[in-house]
Design a binder for this molecule. Sequence first.
Ligand SMILES: [Mg+2]
Length: 402
Amino acid sequence: MKITDIKTYLMQVGPRPGMPAGEGSFRGSRNWLFVKIETDEGVYGIGECSGWPRVIERAVQDVTSILIGEDPSNIDRLWHRVYAALMGHGMTGTVGGGTLTGIEMALWDIKGKVLGQPVWNLLGGKFRDTVPVYGHAKTPERARELMDRGYSAIKVGFTGGVDIDLVSSIRDTVGPNVDLMVDAHGPSWMTATDAILVGRELEKLDLLFYEDPVAPENLDALQRVRDAVDVPLAAGERVSTIWGIRPYIERDLVDVIQPDTGRAGGITQMRKMAAMAESHYITMAPHSGSLGPVAEFAALHVLATIPNALMLERIEFDWSGRYEVVSPALKSENGALKVPDAPGLGVELVEEEIEKYPSDRNVTDMPTNENAYEPGTVGECVYFQTRLRRRARLRLTQTDQN
Ligand SMILES: [Mg+2]
């Protein structure tokens, strides 16, 4: 069998630009990129690349020529061939990681289809038939809705500022039997000192983890938080490959690694990361967020097969198109997703649906409210900012606001 072509399917993910920013909207900037690897025997495989889909599409097109004519069954060898081809472009990063991931995922899909086996069975078999998922809540009401859908793990994301009272009120709503997490999103305006102050407040709220307390570029800052705060930490969504995740694991900086199944480097890279983590008693809870519906299938195959799978992130109240561009569509039941049993990944693209949503932009517009560009505010659109208005941004407790 030989690879004959690689096709790409890039799409805009709703809601459309101009619509209110809601859960999963990313202010209209979100794209999904799917790939299809075709062979001379009619079998094909599909994969997904997350990270920066519009740019990754071109990267996939660039490396296609080195894969044409190759035997798709040699997955690791082809991965290394693409990795070596990327070398001259610098560190692998998100674009390289996403490129490697979509191609490698599609090769696994081909192998599973050829052998008539789900990917999880080619990876050593299952630990579990379902994978628990966690959802997002910015209000106690949304937390309640997630619980009504069977969720037993809920994450509160800070946007624009820290709000401990919100976390506290959601903890009060969900009670002690729901796992609660906080994602600070690694804001560049949060110093290690502030992240430690926040972490000390979070110590009182029995979190499952405190995610990305500081920006990811400087791991020594994360080390400071690690040393000072007694809350489990999670990080790793912005890195790819085993080399990207290595310092988080080797330095024991986190309790949970969060590789993104669409840009971490592929199914085998995810499994290697899990094994590295296992040796440090670290669990894995893959990032979702911008992730589309094909990579979600791949995540389930990985998580089915590793002992240290914690759970999978999921945008439960996502745009309805998520359920139309692939078949079958994954729906959670009792706060979990069923591990697919069909050969390969177990999912197919619905091309006529994807075609309805041509990509038009892939970067996020910053807020345009009247304070948006005030110096020192989050809306200033400068990655590293002076820390003005610190007290307003860092709402540690009710008392602190007074
Ligand atoms: Mg995150």
